[in-house]
Each structure stands twice: as C-alpha cells, then as structure tokens.
Design a protein around this ligand. Structure first.
Ligand SMILES: C[S@@+](CC[C@H](N)C(=O)[O-])C[C@H]1O[C@@H](n2cnc3c(N)ncnc32)[C@H](O)[C@@H]1O
Ligand code: SF4
Length: 417
C-alpha cells in the first residue's frame, strides 16, 4: 500500500526525497504573503469517545476545556499580532472533537480572530447530534456562526449500533433546526459500512434533507490502524458500486457535487475547510499550510498549554516544501473540489500547469479520469472513484502513520512519509 503512494510521490515530485517533517518551526509565520487564506480552530473535547474516530480528542471536562481555550486565545494573539493591520481571509472553521461543547466561548474566540482578520465567507462549526438544541444553536448564531455541520453518521439503527453511536431524536433535531436557521446546515454520513446497501444510504440522505439539511457529506469509512474499531472496510467492488449509485442518485435529484464527498441541495450551501490554497490552524493537532511550508501543532493538550504559557508556538513538526512537493500538495487538495483550473495553478506558481504536468493530464484524459474544457479539468465519475480510492491509500500511508506517532509523542524528532 505505501509502495503505491511512495511511487506516485516520487513520480509527481520528480524526486526520491520523501516528505520530511522535522521538529523545528518558525515563531513568525509568513502568512502576510498568502492569498485565499482560510482559518481553522480545533476544539478537542467530546462527551464520549467513538472507537472508529482518528481525530485528536479527549473526554470533555469544563475545567480542561476552559484552560485549553485560554491557551488557544493566546495562540491566536501570538500569530494574529504578527500582521500589521487586518488580513483578509476566506472562512473560519471550528472542528474537533466537538466544538459545540464550548458554545459559550465561541464568541470570544471569533472576537479574538476578528481583531486580526476579516472573514469574508462565514464561520462553520461542528456539532454532535446531542448539541442540536435551540439553546446551543442560538448561542452559536449569536456568536457569528453561519454554517453548521452535524455528525449523524447514519440514521439507521443497525449502523448506529455498529459504530457505537446512540439513536438520534430526529423530531427534536428538526424543530431546533427550524427554529434557528443557518446559511448551511450540513450532515455527515459514513458509507461503506458492513451490510450497508444503496437503499440504506439513500434513506439517510433523504432523511437529512427532510430534517432541514441543505448539504450532506458522505465519507467513506476508513479503518485507521490505531483506532480500536471492530468494523472493517467494505471490499473495493462493492464500495465502487455504492459510491457510483449514490452519486447518480444525488445528481439525478439536482443536488450539486461541490467536492468529492459533498452534495448541496441549494446554491450557496457550502461546508469545506479543505479546499483552500493556504490556511492557518489554531489549537492542538491543527495544521497550517503556507506558500513554502506545512506545520502541525502538538496533539497533546497539556504540552500545547505548556508551550503557549512559555510564549512559544505549539508547533510540533514542520515540512519545508520543494516547489514540486508544493505543487503536488496543491493539486491533490484542489482536485478534492472535483475541478482543477489551470489559470489558478498559473496564478499560484507562476508557471503553466501543462508545462509541469502535461503528460499526467494527457494520461488522466486518456484513462477517462478527467475532461478538459477551457483550461478547467473536471473529474469524471470514474476519476472521482479513483481519487476516493487513492485517498484511502494516502490516508492510510501518510495520515495514519503521522497521527499514530503524534498521538503518542508530543514533539517527535522527525517523521518521513
Ligand atoms: C469531528 S467529527 C463530527 C462532529 C462530532 N464530533 C460528531 O461526531 O458528531 C467529524 C466527522 O468525521 C467522520 N469520521 C470520523 N471517523 C471516521 C472514519 N474512521 N472514517 C470516515 N469518517 C470518519 C464522521 O463522519 C464525523 O462526523
Ligand atoms: S466521531 Fe465525533 S464524537 Fe466521536 S470521538 Fe470523533 S470527534 Fe468525538
């Protein structure tokens, strides 16, 4: 598996050199030069821990959460104050964990960010179904949240029990969503679960839109090596049939596919923290992507707070990209939106996409993965499946390895991927 990702990496970066992350960092982050910059804030607390989940999170305690947010505010001031004036950014996303558990402090966090940044495309935040109450939604809306994403996983009881999640009170959720409207109401589902059929998935999506969602994210189940989930991933052929069928269903209903995994029922409903050219991440495990570097904060909450108390950034690892590595990174995450615009590539790197990856684009066209129109390369259904498929490899070879180490060591010396 890692042989496939290593060979692809060597081919596309035209070098044998692996992606090397080192235990070093810049205290001053060069984000002033970045356009199309997004913001991300990680809140790592949950009321109960799901055994399939790879994210950086711990059990919620009010005291720990408050201490963490005090440190988070200091990190925001440390980074934000490096810029003179206010920097324009696209969006702000709160992920976790379950950021809605800190609903009463979200206003303070957005206020701190507003001192240094002008957010132009709204604020998104993740909730567990238990948090979808009128009180919490009002608090979030009052704080400035414009988009919410609810982790449903499945409305089917058999799949909730496979994932160890409790039954969802759909009526209560519907009335809370009707009482407090948001620009985007997204619901997360996991597909390719054991025994899951097209009918199951279709019923989940229909239920989401009927309860008040205007956007859905359908993530393939990933069996991370360091999680203790008893669920194993669905075989490739079955998974492809399911993905193709559900994609056709959503497109047939007139929903817009705005990324590999997401569909919206109305224009303008969007929820994605991934497709940004650059982003600044705050909080433990948060990542920052700039023109020439990518950095990861420590996953350990106590070490995070301790570093901040010393007046230092909580960065654990940094990779300084070669030009080709940055191009591959850009292409991989831009392709996630299902479209790559050659003009955007030229604007970002100053060279034509065709001059750097002409052969690969030709090959992708011949294999039926992409179609080109006026310099925009759009993924076909087949291309989207193979992207999905490759992303599984990428996740298991790169993210699984890195997160597996970062969960155990607050500041590892070096990681090569
Ligand atoms: C941070 S959680 C969402 C908010 C909240 N904590 C919750 O669980 O309801 C982010 C999402 O990642 C997805 N996810 C978690 N573990 C996954 C896995 N092993 N494979 C695929 N998707 C996963 C789930 O759909 C989940 O809703
Ligand atoms: S899926 Fe959500 S609730 Fe479950 S452990 Fe992960 S972040 Fe927490």
């Amino acid at each position: 598996m890692s042989a496939i990702t290593s060979l692809t990496r060597m081919w596309l970066t035209r070098a044998v050199r692996p992606f090397t992350f080192k235990n070093e960092y810049d205290q001053n982050l060069p984000f002033a030069e970045c356009d199309n910059l997004g913001l991300y804030v990680h809140i790592p607390f949950c009321k109960s821990i799901c055994n399939f989940c790879p994210y950086c999170k711990v059990l919620y305690s009010q005291e720990k959460c408050n201490r963490y947010i005090d440190a988070l505010l200091r990190e925001i001031h440390m980074v934000g104050s490096q810029y003179h004036g206010k920097k324009k950014v696209t969006s702000l996303y709160f992920g976790g964990g379950t950021p809605a558990l800190a609903a009463n402090r979200i206003k303070e966090i957005i206020g701190a960010l507003n001192k240094y940044f002008i957010i132009t495309e709204g604020v998104g935040l993740e909730l567990h179904p238990d948090n979808v109450t009128v009180d919490v939604l009002r608090t979030l809306k009052d704080a400035g949240v414009t988009k919410i994403s609810i982790g449903i996983q499945s409305f089917r009881e058999k799949h909730q029990s496979i994932l160890g999640r409790k039954k969802i009170d759909a009526d209560a959720m519907m009335s809370a969503l009707a009482a407090v409207p948001f620009e985007t109401v997204s619901m997360d589902f996991i597909f390719a679960l054991p025994g899951q059929t097209y009918e199951d998935l279709k019923a989940d999506i229909d239920e989401a839109f009927s309860l008040g969602a205007n956007h859905v994210a359908i993530y393939p189940f990933i069996d991370f090596t360091f999680t203790e989930s008893p669920v194993s991933a669905m075989p490739k052929k079955e998974k492809r049939e399911l993905l193709d069928a559900i994609t056709q269903y959503c497109l047939g209903k007139g929903y817009v596919r705005d990324s590999i995994w997401t569909f919206s029922s109305v224009a303008g409903a969007k929820y994605s923290s991934m497709t940004r050219d650059n982003f600044l991440g705050f909080g433990c495990s948060a990542t920052t992507l700039l023109k020439e570097q990518f950095k990861v904060n420590t996953f350990d909450i106590d070490s995070y707070c301790a570093r901040i108390a010393e007046g230092k950034l909580p960065t654990s690892l940094t990779i300084r990209f070669t030009k080709r590595q940055r191009m591959v990174y850009w292409l991989f995450w831009t392709a996630y939106s299902t479209k790559v615009n050659a003009a955007d590539f030229k604007k970002f790197f100053g060279v034509p996409l065709k001059s750097m990856y002409g052969f690969e684009l030709w090959l992708a066209g011949r294999l039926g993965f992409v179609k080109e129109q006026n310099g925009v390369y759009e993924m076909t259904l087949k291309g989207a499946f193979y992207y999905h498929y490759y992303e599984d490899f990428y996740t298991l070879s790169y993210i699984d390895k890195m997160w597996g180490i970062m969960r155990k060591e607050a500041f590892p010396q070096r990681i090569e991927l």
